[in-house]
Write a protein that binds this ligand. Structure first.
Ligand SMILES: NC(=O)c1ccc[n+]([C@@H]2O[C@H](COP(=O)([O-])OP(=O)(O)OC[C@H]3O[C@@H](n4cnc5c(N)ncnc54)[C@H](OP(=O)(O)O)[C@@H]3O)[C@@H](O)[C@H]2O)c1
Length: 336
């Protein structure tokens, strides 16, 4: 697969979001299946895998997803880039020493879960309102110097936070919500990242499945661990409002002999050179389908027309890209 840079870290231009093997989209597969699916992605050419310490809650344990990823990549650990993330949790320490100790404890657990001695890309999952981002950056700089991590990143942040952090310790990547139906990042975040050599890793690049065309108003989101019931664009009303966007994507899929999910990923790749989407699926065939978007090349003309038509369509629902640790999932899309 073609490669891109996240800061100085080279990755395949599409990664695999591994969350669904442990959390977020209802029932999970048997561990052996998940391991096999991750290895199939590697055999396909993917060398970038995204996980987080938190993926496992609320139904399993923290580290559940990291342990699956760790087992899966063990035979080829040094050939892949692994990204994981941590939260500070309730009542974080206030002193610099306390903050550093806590970050190191999280990293130590992740290293153990992932069966590795280094993390390639270590994200702060959400900025904690009581921990200035500069303090996290200072700890990350130390971890990089010690070789425990190769680079670091932030998730769900705006430019003011990114720039404060980047000044203390250069960021490799920002992992924000970004897809055809959630484009706030285009205003300031992506331009800043482009200018400063920072990668943008879009999470939910197929809008939690909507842009695949496989999620419809009849899809059941009732499972206790299904985040789709909170995704603003996936309410029944908004799915209907967003149907013209899906129709546009389907039209391009037919024209390009591709799938709608592949078009939504190819669109992001074509739009910016520093974007590296990490579509998530717990299904092996769909993972390979999504990675196949790397072969879907939109011409300049096709892209321009797609973009112009997309811009002209209203979007139903918006979650936004700024979130703090502690904010509730049930508040997504409210008060914006
Ligand atoms: N930083 C953060 O705060 C944050 C938040 C959320 C996610 N993430 C990361 O980003 C990754 C991707 O985000 P995401 O999983 O929320 O959203 P996503 O990739 O936009 O969508 C995942 C959903 O879409 C379905 N899907 C994916 N590809 C499909 C295809 N080709 N055809 C049909 N259905 C398809 C999946 O169903 P099946 O599993 O049934 O195929 C799943 O329900 C996650 O795995 C995680 O690593 C990070």
């Amino acid at each position: 697969m073609k490669k891109r840079l996240l800061g100085k870290i080279e990755v395949t231009e599409i990664g695999v979001g591994c969350m669904g093997f442990s959390h977020g989209y209802g029932d999970i597969p048997e561990e052996a299946y998940s391991i096999d699916a991750i290895r199939a992605a590697y055999d396909f050419g993917c060398e970038f895998f995204d996980t987080a310490e938190r993926y496992g809650l609320p139904l399993r344990t923290e580290g559940h997803n990291e342990r699956i990823v760790g087992k899966a990549i063990a035979p080829f650990r040094d050939k892949v880039v692994v990204a994981t993330k941590f939260f500070f949790g309730a009542n974080p320490p206030e002193t610099d020493a306390g903050i550093e100790k806590l970050v190191r404890e999280h990293l130590e657990r992740s290293l153990k879960n992932l069966q590795t001695t280094w993390v390639d890309l270590y994200y702060l999952h959400r900025v904690h309102p009581k921990v200035p981002v500069e303090k996290t950056a200072a700890v990350m700089a130390k971890l990089i110097k010690e070789g425990l991590i190769r680079g670091w990143g932030l998730s769900q942040v705006e430019v003011d936070t990114i720039s404060k952090a980047h000044e203390v310790a250069p960021l490799s990547a920002v992992q924000n919500l970004y897809n055809m139906l959630e484009r706030d990042c285009e205003k300031a975040v992506i331009p800043y990242c482009l200018e400063n050599g920072i990668g943008l890793v879009p999470f939910s690049p197929v809008c939690s499945g909507f842009l695949s065309g496989k999620v419809t108003a009849a899809t059941n989101f009732n499972h206790v661990d299904d985040v789709r019931k909170y995704v603003p664009q996936l309410s029944k009303e908004n799915m209907a409002a967003n149907q013209p966007i899906l129709d546009l994507v389907v039209e391009y899929a037919e024209k390009k002999n591709a799938t709608p999910a592949q078009i939504s990923i190819a669109w992001a790749l074509k739009k910016y050179p520093n974007v590296v989407p990490i579509p998530g699926s717990k299904n092996k065939e769909r993972i390979l389908e999504n990675l196949g978007a790397s072969e879907v090349n939109l011409t300049d003309d096709e892209f321009r027309t797609l973009e112009a038509r997309l811009e002209a369509l209203p979007i139903g629902g918006r979650r936004g890209i700024v979130e703090f640790e502690g904010s509730k999932i049930s508040d997504w899309g409210k008060n914006k």
